[in-house]
Design a protein around this ligand. Structure first.
Ligand code: FDA
Ligand code: NAD
Length: 435
């Protein structure tokens, strides 16, 4: 079987890989030195588009429109760009074995790839209800969303079922909220089911969640909380027909979309590299415990300088920035230079319907809400601050203008002292604009 050898190999062809490629080119990588190996069939693209404009009934986003790096306002790297830069894009190729000791990777088709320096950028995979042995979870039209192939299956299912049919969304996190909205926009009768007392409990306070739940209800989405999908029934074609809930209720369903969390894809490297918090442990330059092996994006557990701990982050801003940092570190170390340690300010965002929120910093301590958070308002606009040890450590804003979002980012970075919760609630955005 064929063996290929590269100076640098990136395993995974997602967001991090694309942003890493751009930085490699900027640092002067030579033709033939870099390969990106991806099990997907397409060049790196901005994954967030898949749960948003990709699923719109009209004017849907399609490749090549959203190849990296358009999501951060950068140049769009089309497949030709990789060719022109002498970067080998090895698509439709799944790595099934990695031997970090002999610096070699093996693909499902049996090819061997040797490298001097490896960047692990395998991202995450979805948790499936079949993993939890939920009865009937293998029915057709129970769909997940991670990669473009999954999104295409969703598009097909949406088209096949046409308007006015029933969709059940299992999960109240990012996928749950974004997909409920997009299926509603596609004219489905949408029900959401999740076990927690409010949506997005990883980030939202009860007050923040109440706005989104109210807004979704206003749009006609029916939210069922405090229970889970415990089984599914199928029709004669093996397609999902009903969702059975643990509390005894039964929901009709033509399509089910499941978003019950993700798991970082670290299996290939198990036992070969140090792990922590479910990810591959790195330093502030995304170097792992194995020499010449870096890990970036969703799989990396890295030092969060601002908070003095280590974390794994499953969001696109970090995947872009960690990729850039790792490539800069590789070139700096080859040139005997130093670069600054990664100093990341967490930044998450989401969009659905005509809503758009941003969050910066850390959601720990006491939270206070400000502004108009009435879901019935024509143009609600509100935010929240988190206060820990007398300092404002996190800030959230729905419906902010660019300069207002920048202002809350500044607050989260500067961590100004907070006088009192009441004052913050009263001052709202004004507090941020003074920083
Ligand atoms: P990413 O998942 O992008 O790429 C991993 C790549 O590795 C994939 O191409 C995969 O096929 C490949 N791969 C894995 N194993 C392999 C193997 N063994 N061999 C070869 N290839 C392999 N974040 C945010 O901040 N705002 C948002 O709005 C959204 N929206 C959003 C929507 C949807 C639908 C998803 C799934 C995710 C988001 N995210 C997000 C999260 C964000 O997209 C995510 O954090 C980044 O894509 C992570 O980038 P990585 O490069 O680490 O993984
Ligand atoms: P998530 O962790 O955001 O949410 C999972 C949710 O699943 C929980 O909040 C809970 O409500 C629910 N849940 C868990 N078990 C359940 C069960 N048995 N039945 C019903 N509900 C159950 O994960 P996700 O929404 O699946 O997102 C997957 C990945 O994609 C994550 O890495 C996420 O960060 C990423 N993503 C991010 C964005 C964004 O940042 N805007 C958008 C889409 C996806």
């Amino acid at each position: 079987m064929a063996e290929k050898s590269f100076k640098y190999v990136i395993v995974g062809g997602g967001v991090s890989a694309g942003y890493a490629a751009r930085e490699f080119a900027k640092q002067g990588v030579q033709p033939g030195e870099l390969a990106i190996i991806s099990k997907e069939a397409v060049a790196p693209y901005e994954r967030p588009a898949l749960s948003k404009a990709y699923l719109f009934p009209e004017g849907a986003a399609r490749l090549p429109g959203f190849h990296v790096c358009v999501g951060s306002g950068g140049e769009r790297l089309l497949p030709e760009w990789y060719k022109e830069n002498g970067i080998e894009l090895i698509l439709n190729t799944e790595i099934v074995k990695a031997d970090l000791a002999s610096k070699s990777l093996t693909s499902a088709a049996g090819e061997t790839f040797k490298y001097k320096i490896l960047i692990i950028a395998t991202g995450s995979t979805v948790l499936k209800l079949t993993d939890f042995k939920v009865e009937g979870a293998d029915a057709k039209n129970i769909l997940y969303l991670r990669e473009i192939d999954d999104a295409d299956k969703l598009v097909e299912a949406i088209k096949a079922k046409k308007n006015g049919k029933a969709a059940v969304i299992v999960g109240g996190g990012y996928i749950g909220l974004e997909l409920s909205a997009v299926l509603k926009i596609n004219n489905f009768d949408v029900k959401m089911v999740y076990p927690e007392p409010w949506c997005m409990p990883r980030l939202f306070t009860a007050d923040i969640a109440a706005f989104y739940e109210g807004y979704y209800e206003k749009k006609g989405i029916n939210i069922i909380k405090g229970t889970v999908a415990s089984g599914f029934t199928k029709n004669d074609n093996g397609e999902v027909k009903e969702v059975k809930l643990k509390d005894g209720r039964v929901l009709e369903a033509d399509i089910v979309v499941v978003g019950v969390g993700a798991r970082p894809l670290t299996n290939l490297f198990k036992g070969q590299v140090e792990e922590d918090k479910g990810g591959i442990k790195t330093d502030a330059f995304f170097k792992t415990s194995v020499p010449d092996v870096y890990a970036v994006g969703d799989v990396a557990t890295f030092p969060m300088k601002m908070y003095g701990d280590i974390r794994r982050v499953e969001h696109v801003d970090h995947s872009r920035k960690s990729a850039k940092q790792a490539v800069k570190a590789i070139f700096a170390s080859e040139q005997g230079k130093d670069i600054e340690a990664y100093d990341y300010l967490p930044y998450f965002y989401s969009r659905s319907f005509d809503l758009s929120w941003q969050f910066y910093g850390d959601n720990v301590g006491d939270a206070v809400i400000f502004g108009d958070h009435d879901p019935a308002s024509a143009k609600a606009k509100f935010g929240s601050y988190w206060i820990n040890d007398g300092k404002v450590v996190g800030a959230f804003l729905e419906g902010g203008a660019p300069e207002e979002n920048q202002a809350i980012a500044k607050v989260a970075k500067a961590q100004p002292p907070a006088s009192s919760l009441d004052v913050l609630a009263k001052e709202g955005l004004e507090f941020a604009s003074k920083i």
